[in-house]
Design a protein around this ligand. Structure first.
Ligand code: 6XL
Length: 273
C-alpha cells in the first residue's frame, strides 16, 4: 500500500475554497480530525500519471513555510490532491483585503517576505524549482503564517497556453529574461519571481507593471532593462534586495540563503520598525 495514497472514504468534503485553473478545491477533514484542502483535478488539465509518480517526492518536501502535501487519491478520476488547509486563503487575496492595514506595518510585510524566502531556501537546498512563485500561489494560515503552495505542479500542466513562454496564461510578469528567451528555469529564476513577490507584498497586492500588456513587459524588461518601481511603503534597503533579484544575468542574483541573511539583518535593524 503506497504511503502517499489516501483512502477517499476517510475524507469528508465541505465548502468550496476556490476554483483554480485546474479544478476546484474544497475544505475537508481527513480521518475526522485533520483539516485539509482537497484539489479535485479537472481531467485533461494535468499529466496525472507523471504527477502521481512525483507525488511521493513532493510528500517528502516538508518545511513550516511549505503547504504540506498529505497524499493523493489516485485510484479514481478525477484524482484528489490532499494538502494542508490554510484558513486565510491565497496571499494575494489576503494582501488586497488587508492592504489599508498592513501597508502601515513594514515589519509585518518584511516578515512575510522572510517566511517565503525560508521556504524557497529549503526548496533550493533540495534542488527543487517552484516555476510559478507568486503571491497568488502562496497561502496564509493561522497566526498569519505564510506558506508556499502548488510548488512544482507547473511541470504537469498540459495547457500549452500556460507552459509555453509565449502562451496567454504564462506568468510573464514573474519570469526573468532567460526564461522568457530560452525557458531556462532554475532556482535563480525562482529568485527573480521572489523579487516580484516581494514587490507584490510591499504594494498590497498590486499587479506588476499595471495594465502594460505581457508582450510590452517582455520588450521593456528584457530589451530596455526596465524594472518595477519602488513601492511607496517599501524602505530603500528592501528595494535594493528586490533589485538584486532582478539582475539580468542569473549568476549575479543571490541564492535564497543569501537573501534570507539580507532580509533577516533588515528585520533585526529598525529599518522596518
Ligand atoms: C490549501 N489550500 C488551497 C486553496 C486553493 C483554492 C483554489 N485554487 C488553488 N490553486 N491555486 C493556484 C494553483 C496553481 C497551480 C499552478 C500549476 C502552480 C499554476 C496549480 C493549482 F492546482 C493551483 C490551485 O489549485 C488553491 C491553492 O492550492 C485554498 C485554500 N484555502 C482557502 C481558505 C479560505 N478561502 C480560500 N482558500 C487552501 O487551504
Amino acid at each position: 500500500h503506497d504511503i502517499w495514497e489516501i483512502d477517499p472514504t476517510e475524507l469528508e468534503l465541505f465548502e468550496e475554497l476556490g476554483r483554480g485553473q485546474f479544478g476546484s478545491v474544497k475544505r475537508g477533514k481527513w480521518r475526522k480530525n485533520k483539516s485539509v484542502a482537497v484539489k479535485m483535478m479537472q481531467q485533461g488539465m494535468m499529466n496525472e500519471d507523471d504527477f502521481i509518480d512525483e507525488a511521493k517526492t513532493m510528500k517528502m518536501l516538508q518545511h513550516e513555510n511549505l503547504v504540506q502535501l498529505y497524499g493523493v487519491c489516485s485510484k479514481q478520476r478525477p484524482i484528489y490532491i490532499v494538502i494542508e488547509y490554510m484558513k486565510h486563503g491565497s496571499l494575494l487575496n489576503y494582501l488586497k483585503r488587508q492592504r489599508g492595514v498592513i501597508l502601515k506595518k513594514p515589519n509585518k510585510l518584511l516578515d512575510m517576505c522572510l517566511q517565503v524566502c525560508r521556504a524557497m531556501k529549503y526548496l533550493e537546498s533540495q534542488s527543487f524549482i517552484h516555476r510559478d512563485l507568486a503571491a497568488r500561489n502562496c497561502l496564509v494560515g493561522d497566526n498569519l503564517v505564510v506558506k508556499v503552495g502548488d510548488f512544482g505542479l507547473a511541470r504537469y500542466v498540459l495547457d500549452d497556453e500556460y507552459t509555453s513562454s509565449s502562451g496567454t496564461k504564462f506568468p510573464i510578469k514573474w519570469a526573468p529574461p532567460e526564461v522568457l528567451g530560452y525557458t531556462r528555469f532554475s532556482s535563480k529564476s525562482d529568485v527573480w519571481a521572489f523579487g516580484v513577490l516581494m514587490w507584490e507584498i510591499f504594494t498590497g497586492g498590486d499587479m506588476p507593471y499595471g495594465k502594460i500588456k505581457n508582450q510590452e513587459v517582455v520588450e521593456q524588461v528584457v530589451h530596455h532593462g526596465k524594472r518595477l518601481e519602488k513601492p511607496q511603503a517599501c524602505p530603500g534597503e528592501v528595494y535594493d534586495i528586490m533589485m538584486v533579484c532582478w539582475e539580468k544575468d542569473e549568476r549575479n542574483r543571490p541564492g535564497f540563503a543569501v537573501l534570507e541573511n539580507k532580509l533577516a539583518n533588515l528585520s533585526d535593524d529598525d529599518y522596518c520598525s
